[in-house]
Design a binder for this molecule. Structure first.
Ligand code: BDP
Length: 680
C-alpha cells in the first residue's frame, strides 16, 4: 500500500456477518437529481460500498417501493441543519441522507461511509451534524515553480505548466479527500504571493482547478501580491486610497469572476516579513483589506487578511506585535473581511499559549490559522499528531465574556455573533505518492478537517477514526497506534522545546541551534527567545519584562503572571526562572529541563517499540516507512537533547542529574554537525 488512497481505502470488510448486515441496507442508492454535487455523493457511496462490501450497488432514480436502500434527498425545510449540515436516519431498513443543500448530502454520504469504515452499527442509525465554522480551508504555500514553502512532501500538487489543458487525475483525488472531512475552500498559492496568479494566463489555469473542485463543494481562493496594480497593472502606486488602484482591483475582480463564477476570494499577507502592503503608503491594514473587500463584494467574495505581522526593528517583544497592530482596528473592516490569526502569538511553535488577539476584536471576524505542515515539528521524519495542538488552543479560555469564553467560541462566531467564520490549515500535502511524506502525517490533515467541521471532537476520537479508516481495524493495534499518536506531541515537545522554550532554530527550522545569536534582526536569533544567562532561562513577559501578559484578560494574567502557579508547559514563555529554582515537580529548573530532554529522547525508543508491536496488522510498505522515519527521529531526538543540555550547561554550570548520563559528544561536536545543515 503506497498510501495514495489516504483514509478512503474502502478495503473489504473481513467479518462476513458484518458485511452482510451492512449489505442488507445498501442494495441500491436512490438519487433523483442531476446535480453534480449529488452525483458526486452517489458515486462516492457506490465506490465505497463496492470496496467495503465487494459488490456493485446500483444508483437508481427511485426505490420502486423496495427497502434496503440509501436515499439521497435535498430538503430545504430542515430547521435543525445549516446549509451544509446533514441528517442520516435508518427507518424500516431505508437509510435516508438529507441535506438542505447538495453539499449537506455530500458530507452525509462521507459520514455514512466513515460509519461503515469504522465498523459501527447502522441498525438504529440517527446522525445529525452541521459544521460549526463556515469557511474550512487549506492554505497551500505553493509557488509557480512547483516548490512549496515549508513543504516536506515533495513538490506542489498543481502542475501550472500543464494547466489548463491537462487535468492531473490527482486534483480530483485531492478534492475527494477534502470533501470527505468537510473542507470547503482552498487557497492554492503561497501567501508570499506571485502576481502571476492574477494574470489572465494563470486565471485560466486556476479556473481549470476550480472546475474539478466544484462538484466536491470546494471553492478556490488566491493569495494576492499587494502591489499587483504596479507589477501587472502598470500603475505607479498600489496605495489603497488611490481611486485608480481601487478601480484596478474592481476590474480585476470582475475578470476573475468571469473565469471562476464561484471564486472564494483573496488571502493577503501584507506588511509582514518584507511583503509590501498598505503601510508602505502610510495606510493601515483596514485600508488595504477594505479596498480589496469592496472589489470582491459585488461577487460575494471575501478577503482573508492575515494578522501575522511584526515590525522589522525587533525592539518591541514580537509576542505583542499582532495585537498592537490589529486591536485598534477592530470594527473598521468591511463586512466581507476576516482577519486570520495564527494560533499562537509567535509562529506555529510546538507549543504556544493562544494568541492574545482572540476575543479582543468582537467587531471583526477572526479566523484561525493552524499549520499542518511540520515546519517546526521535525519535517517529514518526526511523528507529531497535531490534533492536541489544535485542541489546546481551541479549548483555551480567553475569559473575554466570563469563564467559558474559549478560543473555539471566538472562532465559531458564537461569542461575538460574527457573521462570517473561518479556520485554515497550512497544508502538509505534496506530490509524494502518499501525499504527506510521513504516512502518519495524513492524520493531521484528517484531524484538521474534522475539527474544522466540529471543534468539540476529541483528539482521541479523531485518532481512532483515522487509524481504523487508514491502517487497521484490529482492536489491539488500533489502541496501540492511537495511543502513540496521542503521546507523540508531548514527546516531541519534551526533547525539542520543553517548559515553554521556543524557536531554537535557524532559517531552515530543522537543526537545533539554541546558540544562534547573529541575524539581520534580533527576533530572528534563537537567544532572543530563550534568554539564557548565568541566572536562569526564559522570557520575562510580566510587568518587569515586556509586559505582553497585559494583552490577556486579568483572569488569564492571574494564572500565568505568577511563576508559582503558571502551568509548567508555559513557564518559560512568561518568566525568566533561576536554574536553581524548585518547581512544583520537586525538581529544580535545571534538573527538570534535563529530565524532559532525556525522557523525551528516550520516549522515541518507546514509540519505536510500540510501532514494532503492530507490525502484523499494518501494511508492510507503510510499516517500513514509519519504522525508518522513527529511527531517524530517534537519532535526531538525541541530537536535540545533546544540543540543548550541552549549550544550557554553559550557563547553568551544573552536572547532568542522575540517572541520566552525560552526552557522549561535546558541544563543539554538536555544533559541527549542525553546521553541515547550513552548508551550501
Ligand atoms: C513562517 C514561515 C515563513 C512563512 C511565514 C508566514 O517560516 O516561511 O512565510 O511563517 O506565515 O512560519 O507568512
Amino acid at each position: 500500500d503506497d498510501g495514495y488512497r489516504l483514509w478512503l481505502k474502502y478495503d473489504p470488510i473481513k467479518d462476513a456477518g458484518q458485511r452482510a448486515a451492512y449489505a442488507r441496507s445498501a442494495q441500491f442508492i436512490v438519487l433523483n437529481s442531476t446535480s453534480p454535487v449529488l452525483k458526486t455523493a452517489a458515486e462516492e457511496l457506490q465506490t465505497g460500498l463496492q470496496g467495503l462490501l465487494g459488490k456493485t450497488v446500483p444508483i437508481v432514480a427511485n426505490a420502486g417501493g423496495k427497502t434496503g436502500s440509501i436515499v439521497l434527498t435535498v430538503n430545504p425545510n430542515q430547521p435543525q441543519l445549516n446549509e451544509e449540515g446533514y441528517q442520516i436516519l435508518n427507518r424500516q431498513n431505508t437509510i435516508t441522507i438529507t441535506g438542505k443543500t447538495g453539499f449537506g448530502v455530500l458530507y452525509g454520504a462521507f459520514a455514512l461511509l466513515r460509519h461503515l469504515q469504522t465498523r459501527q452499527s447502522i441498525a438504529q442509525l440517527s446522525l445529525t451534524s452541521s459544521p460549526k465554522i463556515q469557511h474550512r480551508m487549506l492554505n497551500h504555500w505553493d509557488n509557480t515553480d512547483a516548490s512549496i514553502e515549508r513543504g516536506y512532501a515533495g513538490e506542489s500538487l498543481w502542475k501550472w505548466y500543464e494547466l489548463p489543458e491537462r487535468i492531473d487525475p490527482r486534483y480530483r483525488e485531492y478534492a475527494r479527500a477534502n470533501a470527505s472531512i468537510g473542507i470547503n475552500g482552498t487557497v492554492v498559492n503561497n501567501v508570499n504571493a506571485s502576481s502571476r496568479f492574477l494574470t489572465a494566463e494563470y486565471l485560466q489555469k486556476v479556473a481549470a482547478l476550480a472546475n474539478v473542485f466544484r462538484p466536491y463543494g470546494i471553492k478556490i481562493y488566491l493569495s494576492v501580491y499587494f502591489p499587483a496594480p504596479k507589477t501587472i497593472g502598470g500603475l505607479k502606486t498600489a496605495d489603497p486610497l488611490d481611486p485608480e488602484v481601487n478601480q484596478w482591483w474592481a476590474d480585476k475582480a470582475n475578470e476573475i469572476y468571469k473565469f471562476i463564477p464561484d471564486f472564494g476570494g483573496f488571502l493577503v499577507k501584507a506588511n509582514s516579513e518584507g511583503q509590501p502592503g498598505p503601510q508602505d503608503y502610510g495606510r493601515n491594514h483596514a485600508d488595504g483589506a477594505n479596498m480589496l473587500a469592496k472589489a470582491l463584494a459585488p461577487h460575494k467574495g471575501i478577503v482573508i487578511w492575515r494578522a501575522f505581522v511584526y515590525k522589522a526593528d525587533g525592539k518591541a517583544d514580537r509576542f505583542k506585535a499582532a495585537y498592537d497592530e490589529f486591536k485598534p482596528l477592530d470594527g473598521q473592516f468591511e463586512k466581507n473581511v476576516i482577519v486570520q490569526v495564527k494560533n499562537g502569538p509567535i509562529d506555529f511553535q510546538p507549543r504556544e499559549p493562544f494568541s492574545p488577539i482572540f476575543g479582543m476584536m468582537p467587531k471583526t471576524p477572526l479566523g484561525m490559522e493552524f499549520q499542518l505542515t511540520q515546519e517546526y515539528l521535525g519535517f517529514a521524519t518526526h511523528l507529531v499528531y497535531e490534533a492536541p495542538i489544535f485542541k489546546e488552543c481551541l479549548d483555551s479560555d480567553t475569559y473575554v465574556s466570563g469563564k467559558g469564553s474559549t478560543v473555539a467560541k471566538v472562532i465559531d462566531g458564537s461569542l461575538h455573533d460574527y457573521t462570517m467564520t473561518a479556520i485554515a490549515g497550512v497544508a502538509n500535502t505534496g506530490s509524494d505518492r502518499n501525499w504527506t511524506g510521513h504516512p502518519l502525517a495524513q492524520a493531521n490533515w484528517y484531524a484538521f478537517g474534522r475539527l474544522a467541521w466540529d471543534h468539540t471532537l476529541s483528539s482521541e476520537v479523531l485518532a481512532d477514526e483515522w487509524v481504523k479508516m487508514t491502517l487497521t481495524n484490529e482492536p489491539s493495534s488500533v489502541k496501540t497506534v492511537t495511543d502513540l499518536l496521542l503521546k507523540s506531541r508531548e514527546i516531541y515537545v519534551n526533547y525539542n522545546t520543553p517548559l515553554g522554550l521556543s524557536r531554537p532554530w535557524t532559517g531552515v527550522h530543522f537543526a537545533p541551534e539554541p546558540w544562534q545569536n547573529r541575524s539581520s534582526r534580533p527576533d530572528w536569533t534563537a537567544v532572543y527567545y530563550h534568554r539564557a544567562d548565568s541566572v536562569g532561562l526564559g522570557f520575562d513577559r510580566t510587568a518587569t519584562g515586556s509586559n505582553a501578559l497585559a494583552q490577556y484578560r486579568p483572569e488569564v494574567q492571574r494564572q500565568w503572571n505568577n511563576p508559582e502557579t503558571c502551568p509548567l508547559p508555559y513557564l518559560l514563555w512568561f518568566h525568566h526562572i533561576a536554574w536553581t529554582k524548585k518547581l512544583n515537580t520537586g525538581r529544580t529548573l535545571w534538573d527538570e529541563l534535563c529530565t524532559r530532554f532525556y525522557t523525551g529522547a528516550d520516549s522515541v525508543g518507546w514509540l519505536q517499540k510500540q510501532w514494532a508491536s503492530v507490525k502484523k496488522d499494518i501494511d508492510p510498505e507503510t510499516f517500513a516507512s514509519v519504522a525508518g522515519r522513527l529511527a531517524t527521529q530517534q537519532k535526531e531526538a538525541v541530537w536535540w537533547r545533546d544540543a540543548w543540555v550541552l549549550y544550557l550547561q554553559e550557563f547553568s554550570k551544573q552536572p547532568i542529574p542522575a540517572p541520566f548520563k552525560k552526552p557522549e559528544r561535546t558541544l563543539k561536536e554538536v555544533k559541527e554537525l549542525v553546521n553541515i545543515y547550513q552548508l551550501r
